[in-house]
Write a protein that binds this ligand. Structure first.
Ligand code: GDP
Length: 200
């Protein structure tokens, strides 16, 4: 049997958290950012992609959930953006969140692409569309990870992907999508291969 290809994200390690744009590390390496609704499965996806159980745990620790968390790789960086869609947050916090993320997406010259993690059972929520809109405005390529695919039957998985792929071009011209499961590992190799291109 063939050996699996080497994991391009295997050596990820936590670098720094940033609460404001002034705290970002120097923009001297290519970056790949991860965003998604809270609870969509972003931390699990990051851990699975990197082949590490607890890598994204730092992004979940109290006080860090609203920060941009940077992970260093030999070829660039992964950036875990704060989860969105916490409807109960006070208005000014939501605004602060939006400013930080929008500011990052708009000003980061070394940002090569955005991985958007969505629960395959309810993809393309209002917040997801807003993120795609921001990314489109910045001409930033996006790749959707439709995660928790294991919770859908194969026929539902295919239908979901088909529907998302049909709708995506209306919100973002340069976006692609795939099925993913942190639980079963389905789609993990495909996602690694696709996302690693952005850091080359
Ligand atoms: P985050 O808030 O987006 O970082 O989401 P988490 O990664 O913490 O996941 C939220 C919940 O969904 C947790 O209970 C995870 O165990 C679960 N989860 C995440 N990914 C998957 C998946 O691929 N399949 C299944 N069945 N559950 C998942």
């Amino acid at each position: 049997m063939l050996n699996p290809p080497p994991n391009p994200f295997a050596e990820a390690r936590f670098l720094i958290s940033a609460a404001q744009l002034s705290q970002l590390p120097d923009a001297d390496r290519p970056e790949l950012a991860f965003a998604g609704r809270s609870n969509a499965g972003k931390s699990s996806a990051l851990n699975r992609l990197c082949g590490r159980r607890q890598l994204a745990r730092v992004s979940k620790t109290p006080g860090r959930t609203q920060l941009l968390n940077f992970f260093e790789l030999p070829q660039g960086r992964l950036v875990d953006l704060p989860g969105y869609g916490f409807a109960k947050a006070p208005r000014n916090l939501r605004e602060g969140w939006g400013e930080l993320i929008e500011g990052y997406l708009a000003s980061r010259e070394c940002l090569r692409g955005l991985a958007l993690v969505m629960d395959a059972r309810h993809p393309l929520t209002g917040f997801d569309r807003m993120m795609l809109g921001w990314a489109q405005a910045e001409q930033l390529p996006c790749h959707l990870l439709l995660t928790k695919a294991d919770k859908l039957r194969p026929s539902e998985q295919r239908r979901t992907l088909r529907e998302v792929e049909r709708e995506l071009p209306t919100v973002h011209e340069q976006a692609s999508a795939q099925l993913f499961s942190s639980q079963t590992g389905d789609g993990v190799e495909e996602a690694r291969e696709f996302l690693a291109q952005w850091l080359n």
